[in-house]
Design a protein around this ligand. Structure first.
Ligand code: ADP
Ligand code: MG
Length: 611
């Protein structure tokens, strides 16, 4: 009931907003910060078929932004029209939106930027003798000049200068970050756009200093330039399903601490998309340690009618008609790539004096940050192992043809190794014709369990393994309630639970064969993960969208069910472990990304002994 004293006042009368005010509000949706203006101006330059684009900023773009291009320019008579709201040369009818080949289409950027800055546009087409210069302040036209061919800027092209952005929207100014963080944002933005447009040169100057100098290049070279690495370090992945194609370029040995360098584009348009990003990170997870992220650029090409680009004011998000298929395609291809890691065995790190030169019959040199002497022999008769049910289930919808770059299929068959013995009850030692192999028994077993658990889960949920002695988990009353609310989800994970008094839960079965105290530990850690609503939802809905959270749960389960370091194994058990390693994709790394095996060639050993 509304408070009687707070009786509503008489309504204000309804009025159409003054044009200037309406424009400022609309502009604010598109232009949030200097970077957003730059994004629009660069996109216009790209749409105009420019081969080179130059961007300058002062004071993080607040004081001055200049974007000049050598594109086709705007016809003399049409320059004022380009500054009118909803004026565009790019679409004519609504259906065109579904068949877009340009970056822009709304016809809002130029008038929006002009409404909230001191704005100059100078432009000229190749076939016209004169160019034209318009100057606006807060959207009001103050200058309109004919520019001469020689006195003007260029043979053809456009230069837009934006000074004092937001000078008439002071509220907006307060939201801007420091000069340095605005500049960093702009540089990153230019890099993102440059990745999608390797054929265009980008020159970026910040506070009078050159910050980026990107010459037209092949996509591999452009990616390498942005990732600041050698083109040879770039690994490619490609996959096709029906009309949808993905192509990815990965810096094979880069590991960074956040996901900022996961670059995504759809039909050449940079996007931020949680789903795509998740597909990428999950697919590459087997290669990453906890907290590590890849450097990757991934482009998705879909039929234009499969994607709606008109869902975000700055066009940074898109919507797919069949987002699940796109997810599966990306995840499937990257997971497959991860199963054949760049380095089949980690090479032992040897002292510098033990370096051996690479010989021609040992073509593979690890690019890992390990010393250069890591030399492996290629097994030319190597056949990829059959994919496990896990990846089969994952890629069940689209059948993909994945092409991964070569020089990776070097894994050797573990079960052919000859068992020597156990070291420190922790490492298993094996030998073969090429040398010594050390296997970390816990890491290896963990990977095997993880893949099995994951494939079981994807197929039918995890099968409960009854515990010999039920575990009693002590917890808070609210946690008891949370657990009981999720009985079914836990069942899917192989846990049969019931209430046991007000502050305890009885765990009768677990997804892997465990002693009671370990089942207790595992259940408690899953329960605390569940406090995050996201994991609850994913667990309940679509297991094939196995989220990072859930994967972590599965790897926790795998970890708890694995042989520990310090546990003695019989030769038979050791051989069994190796056999399972052969049947397990990505068996070379544990789910936390640690290596499961290390190889030392005889020549490396000989070098150590200076023979
Ligand atoms: P949109 O890009 O959505 O069409 P804009 O307001 O960004 O809308 O630009 C309006 C029009 O001005 C464009 O459709 C294009 O014809 C023209 N234009 C803008 N910038 C340039 C440029 N750098 N070179 C050539 N033409 C341009
Ligand atoms: Mg535009």
């Amino acid at each position: 009931m509304p408070n009687a004293n707070a009786f509503p006042k008489n309504p204000s009368s309804i009025q159409v907003l003054p044009r200037e005010l309406a424009e400022k509000i609309a502009a604010g949706e598109i232009i949030e910060r200097p970077g957003s203006a730059i994004k629009e101006l660069i996109e216009n330059a790209i749409d105009a078929n420019s081969r080179a684009i130059r961007i300058e900023i002062e004071d993080g773009g607040r004081k001055r932004i200049a974007v000049s291009d050598n594109g086709h320019g705007i016809r003399y008579a049409e320059v004022p029209i380009a500054l009118e709201r909803h004026a565009t040369s790019k679409i004519q009818k609504l259906e065109d939106l579904w068949n877009l080949s340009t970056m822009g289409f709304r016809g809002e950027a130029l008038p929006s930027i002009a409404a909230i800055s001191r704005f100059t546009i100078e432009t000229k087409t190749a076939d016209q003798e004169h160019g034209r210069l318009l100057y606006f302040e807060g959207g009001r036209l103050l200058k309109d000049e004919k520019t001469l061919a020689d006195g003007g800027i260029i043979a053809h092209g456009t230069c837009v200068t934006v000074e004092d952005l937001f000078f008439n929207v002071p509220a907006r100014l307060k939201f801007l970050r420091s000069k340095n963080s605005e500049s960093a944002f702009i540089r990153e933005l230019i890099e993102r756009i440059a990745l999608c447009n390797p054929g265009i040169a980008f020159h970026f100057f910040s506070e009078g200093k050159r910050s980026l100098n990107l010459q037209p290049a092949s996509i591999e070279r452009r990616v390498a330039a942005i990732f600041e690495t050698d083109p040879e370090e770039i690994e490619t992945v490609e996959s096709l399903f029906e009309q949808t194609q993905i192509r990815g370029w990965i810096d094979r040995n880069a590991r960074v601490s956040n996901s900022k360098q996961v670059y995504l584009s759809v039909n050449g348009r940079m996007v931020r998309d949680k789903l795509l990003q998740q597909a990428v990170l999950m697919g590459l997870r087997p290669r990453m340690m906890e907290g590590e992220y890849p450097k990757i650029y991934l482009d998705v090409q879909v039929a234009p009618e499969e994607v709606d680009v008109n869902v975000h004011p700055a066009k940074a998000e898109v919507r797919f008609r069949r987002s699940r298929d796109v997810f599966q395609l990306i995840y499937g291809a990257l997971e497959k790539l991860s199963q054949t890691p760049t380095r089949p065995f980690y090479s032992a790190s040897l002292p510098a004096s033990a370096q051996t030169p690479s010989s021609s019959d040992a073509p593979f040199q690890s690019r890992l940050s390990l010393p250069e002497q890591s030399v492996f022999k290629t097994k030319s008769d190597f056949e990829p192992r059959p994919a496990s049910t896990a990846s089969g289930a994952i890629s069940e919808t689209p059948r993909t043809t994945t092409k991964v770059a070569e020089d990776r299929d070097l894994a050797s068959e573990f079960s052919k190794l000859h068992y020597i013995g156990q070291l420190k009850n922790t490492y298993l030692l094996f030998q073969d014709a090429e040398g010594l192999v050390l296997v970390d028994q816990h890491a290896a077993h963990e990977r095997i369990n993880y893949e099995r658990i994951k494939s079981d889960f994807l197929e039918s949920g995890l099968k409960p393994q009854p515990l010999l002695i039920s575990a009693v988990v002590k917890c808070k009353a609210e946690d008891v309630a949370l657990a009981l609310e999720n009985v079914e989800s836990f069942e899917k994970l192989g846990f049969e639970i019931e209430a046991f008094g007000d502050n305890c839960i009885l765990v009768r079965s677990a997804p892997v064969d465990l002693p009671a105290e370990r089942a207790n530990e595992l259940f408690s850690s899953l329960l605390s993960e569940l406090k995050d609503s996201e994991s609850k939802e994913i667990m309940a809905t679509d297991p094939s969208r196995l989220s990072a959270k859930l994967e972590r749960m599965l790897s926790t389960a795998a970890c708890h069910g694995s042989v520990r370091a310090g546990q003695s194994l019989s030769p038979n058990e050791a051989r069994e472990l190796l056999k399972s390693m052969d049947q397990t994709p990505s068996s070379l790394n544990c789910p936390h990304g640690r290596p499961a095996s290390i190889r030392m060639t005889y020549s490396q050993i000989e070098a150590l002994f200076k023979r």
